[in-house]
Design a protein around this ligand. Structure first.
Ligand SMILES: Nc1nc2c(ncn2[C@@H]2O[C@H](COP(=O)(O)OP(=O)(O)OP(=O)(O)O)[C@@H](O)[C@H]2O)c(=O)[nH]1
Ligand SMILES: [Zn+2]
Length: 357
């Protein structure tokens, strides 16, 4: 398989330069299952794991390879898995907060060019959730596209599209159905050979069905091929990267049950460009725009120029991002403290050792 067909770019080639004189080859992670990786190389699909040295120097979960990542890997000779020595610099990454409140981030997909944010036009439809996904997408570095799937279940999909276009300024919104095939050809037009898309969305919105429809499988049979998750529910359990017949690369992700933001505030300025503009025009310095009379944001609210629910959604996201930033700061301070303790201990040990002389 040609590396370019897997999404190889000149930036990646630059990133790989320091490995080019070694026995390593470039490879892309197509599947991860608790530390066991499946990678794609020019030679084909192989199993891989990270080296002991890699494990040793990787303190954070985000240091480890994720689906979509490019790595420097060394073939170890079958049947041993190949050894991953390094992750090449990422062009984009979707980071979400780990479920269960740990403050470490988890990379859902790496190196995507386009983020397909999938919603179902059924009971799942929720503008506020779309706003959250948009912030996540802008923070990741990939370009968002919104897919409104299950159009066959909605009485007036066009009205839903208008609502979404209202909150997702400049973002393409596609109404589709993986069951009837509506919108599929428009979606195909957005898929570029050698470019990577990632499907993100809650469980059950139809991510796997969309992929199946794209590769020509009957979407209604998706359930039959889904893997049981042990609780009797059928759901996608592994993120997986695949190459579609047209040559575009697509990453399927398991439904994110909770999407807590671990984004940068700048991402909010893009997903809420309208509010960011108002905030910039606010005459109060350091205004939180949360209720001060005379504030430009409050003014827009009272004049009906800004939707209250959208404003509240923005405020919640601001608070959440700041909360995680503070938490992250605390975490960094603790790590720094530990580092100093260990340096102090080393120094003490050296003196103690010297004292024996
Ligand atoms: N009516 C209708 N049903 C759909 C459509 N797309 C998917 N479904 C159904 O919705 C259910 C969930 O679809 P999946 O493709 O498994 O959803 P998913 O987003 O991959 O879910 P997870 O793997 O849990 O993240 C299945 O029963 C599909 O048959 C659609 O366009 N219309
Ligand atoms: Zn203000």
């Amino acid at each position: 398989m040609n590396l370019h067909a897997l999404g190889w770019t000149s930036d990646l080639a630059d990133g790989f330069a320091e490995w080019s004189q070694t026995r390593c080859v470039p490879a892309r992670i197509c599947r991860e299952d608790r530390g066991a990786y499946t990678i794609l190389t020019e030679q084909g699909r192989v199993q891989a794991e990270v080296s002991g040295k890699f494990r040793h120097r990787s303190a954070n979960r985000t240091d480890y390879p994720s689906v979509g990542d490019w790595v420097a890997a060394e073939a170890a000779g079958m049947p041993s898995p190949a050894i991953i020595h390094a992750v090449l610099p990422r062009r984009s990454a979707f980071i979400r907060r780990m479920p269960g409140g740990k403050s470490q981030g988890q990379i859902v997909a790496a190196n995507a060019d386009t983020a397909f944010l999938v919603s179902g036009l059924d009971r799942d439809f929720n503008l506020r959730r779309i706003e959250r996904y948009l912030t996540l997408a802008y923070d990741s570095g990939a370009n968002p596209v919104i897919l409104l799937n299950k159009a066959d279940l909605h009485g007036n999909p066009e009205s839903a599209r208008l609502q979404v276009e209202n909150v997702a300024q400049h973002v393409p919104v596609l109404v589709m159905s993986s069951v009837t095939g509506a919108g599929l050809s428009e979606l195909r037009d957005l898929l570029v050979p050698g470019r990577t898309g990632v499907l993100l969305g809650s469980s059950g919105v139809g991510k796997s069905s969309i992929i199946n429809a794209l590769i020509g499988l009957d979407a209604r049979k998706t359930n039959a091929v889904r893997e049981a998750d042990g609780r009797g529910r059928h759901t996608t359990t592994h993120r997986q990267l695949m190459i579609l017949p047209g040559g575009a690369i697509l990453i399927d992700t398991p439904g994110l049950r909770e999407i807590q933001l671990l984004a940068d505030e700048q991402a909010l300025d893009v997903s809420f460009e309208d509010i960011a503009e108002l905030a910039a025009a606010c005459r109060f310095r350091d205004c939180s725009h949360a209720g001060v009379p005379g504030c430009a944001v409050q003014q827009a609210l009272s004049e009906g120029l800004l939707d209250m629910e959208r404003y509240e959604s923005w405020l919640r996201q601001c608070k959440e991002i700041r909360f995680h930033q503070r938490e992250q700061d605390v975490l960094l301070r603790i790590q720094e403290k530990k580092r100093w303790k260990s340096i102090q201990k080393t120094v003490r040990d050296i003196y103690r050792f010297k004292g024996k002389w």
